[in-house]
Design a protein around this ligand. Sequence first.
Ligand SMILES: [Zn+2]
Length: 246
Amino acid sequence: MTFFEFQKRFPNEGAALNFIVATKYANGYYCPKCGCFHKGIYRSNKRTKVLHCNNCKSEFSVLAGTIFEGTHLDLRMWLYAINLVIVAKKGISACQLQRELGMKSYKGAWRMLQLIRQAMAKEEYNEVFEAVVEIDETYVGGKPRKSNVHTERETNEKFNKRGRGTSKTPVIGVKVDHSVTYSLGDGKHTNGIESFWAIVKRGVYGVYHHISVDYMQRYMDEFCFRLNHRECDDAFESLVNLAIAA
Ligand SMILES: [Zn+2]
């Protein structure tokens, strides 16, 4: 979605809220207090972020159980951040997001990105591999932590070493691409997944500069989500669905 398309679709925060509510409660909702089911959406005209229960008269936030829960930010900022993550092929850094959204805090932008990545990781791939698949490994990482390195020689041996034995983090990928034509000999190649590694590495070294081993899986989930949705027109809606799922 371009900036102008986004502006047209979400001209104000109310439009963003209505979109989130309509998506999350499309099939009704259960009251978290008494458990009774509501087919329709009962919202006050003034307090639009609150849902009502007609049975026990309790109220609860429409954003409960979503990544937006408890936010003080305009919901359009969240949706625009989701859009940016989807369209940025190599990813988007917290610094860049902070600038794009005009946020005061770097930490806030970093937390926002982590929550969006967590949502991307929720996507489940239940497909069973039935055809030839590509499996390949790569090594991703920045400089090893100082505490793990004792001498310059050890740094050169461990960090500069390519492939197995390096101190970088190993990442293993599996791909089934129906569009690949296996016409060359026995068809055994890893070109498809190698191009994915190239995108990952351009993102890691060009955008993120350094990825902690602790967060490696989240970053990989982000790159996988973009790869798996690269030809989908509804990637934005798919990610919002994951972001609002409890
Ligand atoms: Zn209730």
